[in-house]
Design a protein around this ligand. Structure first.
Ligand code: AMP
Ligand code: MN
Ligand code: MN
Ligand code: MN
Length: 292
């Protein structure tokens, strides 16, 4: 019998700003019948050991080690996904550690700004929500402010306080895309531009222009399947990949209960990332190894 299976190459665990542990993500992936799942925590590979071990127990799900970098790019931020990275690479760990230290400094500044705006919030509450202090992200701030009744939705907190330009926004020191891409390559991984059309209105123009810059920095592919894409956006990214001879990846950006509308694998319900996407990446990796 020949039936198609689906995959998810973009997920977050409680090693960053997701609410599920790495092994719970594997368990959920098994329940949903996904064949391949990548763990791509923000600025951290600390969950990968547990993730791979959990997957190897039953052997139903192939676990891909990954990471998601935020990078500063032309007055804005782009996200770079690394897939198939050697998560034990010392150089990668060192870079991620520095990024997390800068994140901590940023978080302290956000607390100060929020308190000055009369929102009661402290570091201990953030620690309790996030589980440890190296993975605190803006979604944790949002959760606390909602629990305290200041807001009703995550989006509302971001719009009022946390997004770029909002009252409590603080930037953090970020790597350049080239640095993230180089580090992913050094760790043997493939580098992808994540969700290129996330929260933008000038998307066509932006994608076509920005992709050229990212190609010059060594990007291998772009995320062509993503929870929030409209069919037009999916087509835009897919066409951009083909026109530029880029690889494609795709996933839900699952965050567990921290973004409850997004389901593992299926996103808002209709996302389907075919197994052939993974197969193609494997073929590419095998060919690249033969050539180099
Ligand atoms: P941080 O890593 O602390 O800067 O937080 C980034 C995370 O916050 C992203 O991964 C999203 O989950 C969420 N986020 C960022 N910008 C927005 C926004 N404008 N609206 C809602 N959520 C956002
Ligand atoms: Mn996130
Ligand atoms: Mn992202
Ligand atoms: Mn993500």
């Amino acid at each position: 019998m020949n039936f198609e299976t689906f995959i998810d190459l973009h997920t977050h665990s409680n090693a960053s700003d997701g609410s599920f542990s790495p092994s719970q993500i594997i368990e959920l992936a098994e329940q949903k019948g996904l064949s391949v799942v990548a763990l791509t925590d923000h600025d951290s590979v600390n969950g990968i050991d547990e993730f791979i071990e959990a997957a190897s127990k039953k052997g139903l799900v192939t676990a891909v080690p990954g990471v998601e970098f935020s990078a500063s790019f032309q007055n804005t931020e782009v996200h770079i996904l690394g897939l198939f990275v050697d998560y034990k690479s010392e150089s990668l760990s060192k870079m991620l550690f520095e990024i997390r230290e800068n994140r901590k400094k940023r978080n302290l500044l956000i607390i100060e700004k929020l308190r000055a705006l009369n929102y009661e919030i402290n570091y201990d509450e953030l620690m309790a929500t996030a589980g440890n202090d190296c993975n605190i992200g803006r979604p944790h701030f949002a959760r606390i402010l909602i629990e305290k009744g200041y807001f009703t939705t995550v989006q509302e907190v971001f719009d009022k306080c946390l997004k770029r330009g909002a009252t409590a926004f603080c930037s953090r020191v970020l790597p350049k895309p080239r640095e993230a891409i180089d580090e992913i390559h050094k760790a043997g991984g493939l580098a992808f531009w994540a969700h290129p059309v996330f929260r933008r209105d000038d998307e066509k123009h932006y994608v076509r222009k920005a992709v050229k810059r990212l190609i010059s920095m060594g990007i291998d592919g772009i995320e062509a399947f993503y929870t929030s894409y409209t069919p037009e956006q999916h087509k835009l990214i897919y066409d951009t990949a083909i026109e530029n001879n880029l690889l494609v990846c795709g996933g839900s950006d699952f965050h567990g209960r921290n973004q409850p509308a997004i389901e593992l694998g299926t996103g808002f319900g209709t996302l389907k990332v075919p197994y052939s996407v993974y197969e193609n990446l494997m073929v590419h990796k095998a060919t690249a190894q033969v050539i180099t």
